[in-house]
Design a protein around this ligand. Structure first.
Ligand code: AMP
Ligand code: GLY
Length: 422
């Protein structure tokens, strides 16, 4: 199949890698891709979505997979569909589940899906009044997309009020902060759950845990994610069933009632509080680095799953997963997540070790290629993935692989999957 993948991260690299590992021959295109995806297919440079759709038609692209949220919120799926193309991802309207936290919270409330107690408002008085009813810590969120920075966990009422004032005045996030959510802090453990949806049916993938903080022991600033593992033993059948019954089913039914059936990846950020799954947020795409560890766990066809989801035929297939565990360790650039870093050449040692050869791989993200040399280009550079029969084995293998990757300023956490190994 000819497949176009939108995005430039490790997430998109891992989807491509999984598709190429299938038996059938596939031809891949990336918009824009990164310095390593051009070894898996062809990188394009067509920014306008209508032009990109025209390219897809001319080149008989049979399936387009959209990785990141920004093009989804911009409506790329609607544009591709209007050209008669098969595309995997939510419509612009359905993408509001991520694009607007106010839309998401009001949706959760309307369909009785458990979430943190909250107020959504543009009024500073109302926000302050609600804040006074909560005990610290207090969570303050900007409405719109802020690249993962729009959530403040305030340790006092005063700190919460400063965050509210700065958001509502447009000072911290411009228009994205013109409305805010103030909500109660949930104390529990966090999970990333992913449902691949076709509007009506869905496939629930193994539950993962991300590591959002930059440093070991969950210290330092929030990042896009420094590592992940799956499946997590912190989820049993009962919890999966609760998520199915209380979150995913009502969401798919609710979005149908709203006239915006949800197709694509529903990423549910869950806080488990006293055994009960509470929805923190939705994203409308795969998590990164969660995608990098879920793709290698799929033993049935990945391209077929996306194709069937994009053509509303998920009910026809059975998706299968390996009985192994996967652990992914992110290697980031020196100045991540604060600012850009100087490009640094990446040297990956040759593999002469059967265990590393057979049970690890690298998904490339923030890299560029020049004169056949690979450079770390800032941000999250790559993810070393290890597979194993236990989480510990998968973790040890991922770190073995990390030991073979060298670039100036490389940064990584040494405690990925600690929750499961405690
Ligand atoms: P979000 O962008 O909504 O996922 O928020 C980013 C992170 O902030 C989440 O992954 C949680 O770790 C944390 N967070 C968000 N909302 C809450 C809450 N109500 N209680 C506790 N932690 C939260
Ligand atoms: N790793 C979390 C995210 O992709 O938002």
């Amino acid at each position: 199949m000819k497949i176009l993948i939108l995005g430039n991260g490790g997430r998109e690299y891992s989807i491509a890698r999984a598709i190429l590992n299938e038996e059938k021959g596939h031809e891949l295109f990336f918009q824009p891709g990164n310095g390593a995806t051009n070894t898996l297919g062809t990188n394009l440079d067509i920014k306008d979505y209508n032009e990109l759709a025209a390219f897809a038609k001319q080149n008989a692209i049979e399936l387009t997979i959209v990785g990141p949220e920004a093009p989804l919120v911009d409506g790329v799926v609607d544009i591709f569909k209007s050209h008669g193309l098969v595309v995997f991802g939510p419509s612009k309207e359905a993408a509001q589940l991520e694009g607007s936290k106010v839309y998401m919270k009001n949706f959760l409330a309307k369909y009785n899906i458990p979430t943190a107690r909250y107020i959504e408002t543009a009024s500073i008085e109302d926000a302050f009044k609600f804040t006074n009813t909560l005990t610290a810590p207090i969570v303050v969120k900007a409405d719109g997309l802020c690249g993962g920075k729009g959530v403040i966990i305030a340790m006092s009422h005063d700190e919460a009020k400063v965050a509210i004032s700065e958001m509502l005045s447009g000072k911290s996030f411009g228009d994205a902060g013109k409305k805010v959510i103030v909500e109660e802090f949930l104390d529990g453990y966090e999970l990333s759950m992913f449902a691949v949806c076709d509007g009506e049916d869905y496939i629930l993938l193994p539950a993962a845990q991300d590591h959002k903080r930059l440093l070991d022991n969950d210290q330092g600033p929030n990042t896009g994610g420094m590592g992940a593992y799956a499946p997590t033993p912190l989820v049993d059948e009962e919890l999966y069933q609760k998520v199915r019954d209380r979150v995913i089913r009502p969401t798919l039914d609710g979005m149908q009632k709203e006239g915006a059936p949800f197709e694509g990846v529903l990423f549910i950020g869950i806080m488990v509080v006293k055994g009960e799954p509470i929805t923190l947020e939705f994203n409308v795409r795969f998590g990164d680095p969660e995608c990098e560890i879920l793709m290698p766990l799929m033993t049935s066809s990945v391209s077929d799953m996306f194709y069937k989801a994009a053509t509303n035929r998920l009910a026809e297939i059975k998706v299968e997963f390996s009985s192994q565990y996967a652990v992914g360790v992110v290697m980031a650039s020196e100045n991540y997540p604060y600012k850009n870093s100087t490009p640094a050449e990446i040297i990956v040692d040759d593999v002469h070790h059967e265990e590393i050869e057979n049970f690890t791989h690298i998904s490339y993200a923030g890299v560029s290629m020049e004169d056949d040399k690979l450079y770390a280009d800032g941000g999250r550079v790559l993810v070393c993935v290890g597979l194993g029969d236990t989480i510990k084995q998968a973790r040890d293998r991922a770190y073995l692989r990390c030991g073979q990757v060298h670039f100036a300023g490389k940064k990584l956490r040494t405690d990925i999957a600690y929750q499961a190994l405690a």
